[in-house]
Design a protein around this ligand. Structure first.
Ligand code: MRU
Length: 373
């Protein structure tokens, strides 16, 4: 997608030096646009853990490229499978909730194991496998998001027809935009496509406390594309719904169960409750890499990140041209900072995937992905 008119994706291998992975450092946005060099698997671990990059599909790609860096940095000509397994475990532990990370790293591990036989593999060979798999994942996720957009835009077209081309107001939570993916985004892909088609859309962007991914990232990327949007405090959505100012809710997801529960940024569940109470369609947009096929009975057992309390205590912003931190909670007060919550399938109108839109239930999901039964 575009940054000041130039096309960017979120992660790539440096074309001039294949030992370096480059990312957009999301911690600097929206104030500065900075590219960061990631030169080792340790640096990738830190980048994922400390959210230099974030968003489920993107941390999957980052995990795969972390495996590539881990193999590149291996000293010796033969790589033992124990080394591959330990690096995989290490990278997967950087963030537990988004299943895309373990999905991508385990895919790397599997393909590396399938290369050759016995306990050791030639370094040159495994580096090439890891690079290929990571680039395949990036390619697939880019395409998946575009397809999510193509399916999801039909919902917006239908609403626009029903509203006689009046503006369609879409509420979203957190950043499930292109910054969270490779390109297009998940929740935002249908919105970008609708905007390109000339459909009048306006996005209510939840600020998404405590890290403000909505205010800082979603608002910024929509603005770069000229999509009209308004940032709202997280608690405003319910009132806007009651007043008839929301036509549709689209959120992303970090992990979905095969029976339709949606794990997403904390606060999503409350939006789903309000949407149901006001009869407003509530959709989750996600690629199949976000479906945890082992959770066929529901997502309540998902490991939900309990994050550092400083994310709540301290707010970062721009003051007189300088990025500044301010404390907003009285010293000594305990805080509790869960990163995600779980929206039960019964509150989800449908799931927008790369293969189409399905009701949030086992039957619909397995009809789209029969190979997973
Ligand atoms: O903690 P984050 O910012 O990595 O959270 C992930 C998210 O951005 C959201 O939950 C998003 O809706 C799903 S990722 C497309």
């Amino acid at each position: 997608m575009k940054v000041k008119g130039c096309h960017f994706e979120t992660i790539w291998i440096n074309p001039d030096n294949p030992a370096i992975v480059q990312i957009i450092d999301q911690r600097s946005l929206p104030f500065n646009f900075r590219i960061e060099d990631i030169c080792s698997s340790e640096e990738m671990y830190v980048a994922i853990r400390d959210m230099h990059l974030r968003g489920a599909p993107l941390i999957g790609a980052a995990g795969a490229l972390g495996m590539y860096l881990a193999l590149l940095e291996f000293k010796g000509n033969k790589v033992p499978l124990e080394y591959v397994a330990s690096k995989a475990t290490y990278l997967k532990s950087s963030r537990p909730t988004a299943v895309n990370l373990s999905w991508a790293v385990e895919r790397e591990e599997r393909e590396i194991k399938e290369t050759g036989s016995g306990g050791e593999r030639s370094k040159q060979e495994v580096v090439e496998v890891a690079r290929r798999v990571a680039l395949e994942i990036i390619d697939e996720e880019r395409t998946n998001c575009l397809k999510i957009g193509q399916h999801g835009v039909k919902l917006i077209e239908e609403l626009s027809r029903r509203k006689h081309n009046e503006t369609i107001n879409i509420l979203t939570h957190c950043n499930a935009g292109w910054l969270a993916c490779i390109d297009y985004g998940t929740a935002t892909a249908p919105i970008y496509l609708a905007h390109e088609k000339g459909i009048r859309v306006h996005v209510w962007v939840d600020e998404t406390r405590p890290r403000n991914q909505g205010a800082r990232l979603t608002a910024w990327e929509l603005q770069q594309h000229g999509v009209p949007c308004t940032v709202i405090a997280d608690n405003t959505g319910g009132y806007l719904m009651q007043q008839g100012h929301v036509d549709l809710v689209i959120v992303g997801s970090d992990r979905a169960s095969a029976h339709g529960d949606i794990v997403n940024k904390v606060g999503t569940y409350l939006k789903a409750l309000a949407a149901q109470d006001n009869n407003i369609p509530f959709y989750a947009a996600l690629p199949s890499s976000t479906i945890d096929w082992l959770l066929s009975e529901g997502a309540m057992d998902t490991p939900v990140e309990l994050r550092d309390g400083d994310e709540l205590r301290i707010m970062e912003g721009m003051n007189n041209g300088r990025i500044t931190d301010v404390e907003i909670i009285p010293a000594g007060i305990p805080v509790l900072n869960y990163g995600f919550d779980i929206t039960p399938a019964r509150l989800v109108t449908g799931i927008i995937t790369e293969r189409g839109i399905t009701p949030a239930n086992k039957k619909g999901i397995f009809t789209l992905f029969p190979e997973k039964t």
